[in-house]
Ligand binder design. Structure first.
Ligand code: PHE
Length: 338
């Protein structure tokens, strides 16, 4: 029996030396130590050993087994380390290699939005964002549009339930801010808004920027000056701004704001339909009713508010003829605005 043990141990040793991979080592483990393995067979032979010697022989077999296991484990670990190293080398990724990859660019709407926000930040405005799913209360009621008011028809609304809707403008953030913050207030609110409207110049989802300034002594003159700065920095330094009377429930007086045509400079062309002017936004002096609804003393404070579609500004700036082009994400269209 003793000879058999030593013989097998030597045999394993020889095989292990010849092994060339961790898989080989594993095969050897099965071959010698598996359920019907050659070495395991020794234990089975123990029953033929005279009872008096069984204890000693048994211990020898077990000691041998431990030596064998160690031998295999050692060899396996050595192979694994080598294999790991080989794998790491083969799978190396060169993160500096960017040749041949197409690099994305900022979407024209995002680009125009960032430029415009930059201008307003420079004028002391803070950027605020709010929920796209709004309550009737913030979207309409606080802004001077109670239930059944005819002005509700000005914005074709997507209702989720009787009192919950997809915001039709970002003005609800004006009331949310006035309700939570004391004047002076200067905010611009960019964001997606929703209206049941769909043609070449209207999309059911579009992007709006609204602004609100509430301080002591604010007048239309402040609004006009500020919009002039905005128009000049968004289009060009020669851009002129004019006001026309209009109506919004949340401003009084309300104005429609035109800029001199960005294509012909005011001479008259196809874009401005020969008038030299292009309508770009709605604005006005915040209706005192709105200030009072939001807990602000309308005798002490006044404010101006304005709102315009970023999509429309991007169309004018880049001469994009159809608003839908900006939502299709056709790479050939988008890469022109790199
Ligand atoms: N909320 C208006 C709209 O979405 C825009 C606007 C804002 C007009 C503030 C006047 C004052 O059409």
């Amino acid at each position: 029996m003793l000879n058999k043990i030593n013989e097998l141990l030597n045999k394993v040793k020889e095989c292990v030396e010849k092994a060339s991979s961790s898989t080989d080592v594993n095969d050897l483990r099965v071959r010698f130590l598996g359920k019907s393995g050659e070495y395991t067979g020794l234990l089975r032979g123990l029953k033929d050993v005279p009872p008096a010697e069984r204890g000693t022989i048994g211990k020898l077999i077990n000691d041998g087994k431990i030596r064998l296991e160690n031998m295999l484990a050692e060899k396996e670990a050595a192979f694994r380390a080598k294999e790991e190293e080989r794998k790491l080398k083969a799978e190396k990724i060169d993160v500096t290699l960017s040749k041949g990859y197409k690099i994305g660019s900022t979407h024209p709407i995002t680009k125009v939005k960032n430029e415009i926000l930059d201008t307003f930040i420079g004028l002391g405005f803070a950027v605020k964002e709010g929920p796209e799913i709004e309550t009737d209360y913030y979207n309409f009621q606080t802004l001077g549009i109670p239930a059944d008011h005819p002005a509700r028809d000005m914005q074709d609304t997507f209702y989720i339930s009787e009192n919950i809707l997809l915001r039709t403008h970002t003005s609800p953030m004006q009331s949310r801010t006035m309700l939570s913050q004391k004047p002076p207030i200067r905010i611009v609110v960019p964001g997606k808004v929703y209206r049941a409207d769909d043609d070449a110049t209207h999309s059911p989802i579009f992007n709006l920027i609204e602004g609100l300034c509430v301080e002591e002594g604010i007048s239309l003159a402040h609004l006009k000056n500020m919009l002039e700065i905005f128009a000049k920095s968004t289009f060009n330094q020669d851009t002129k701004v004019r006001f026309r009377p209009s109506y919004f429930p949340f401003t009084e007086p309300s104005v429609e704001v035109d800029i001199s045509c960005s294509m012909c400079g005011g001479k008259g062309c196809r874009l401005c339909k020969g008038t030299g002017w292009i309508e770009i936004l709605g604005a006005g002096i915040v209706n005192p009713v709105v200030l009072e609804n939001c807990g602000i003393d309308s005798k002490k404070y006044s404010g101006f508010a304005f709102g315009f579609g970023i999509d429309r500004i991007a169309m004018l700036k880049y001469g994009i003829p159809d608003i839908r082009l900006m939502y299709e994400n056709d790479v050939n269209f988008l890469k022109q605005y790199k």
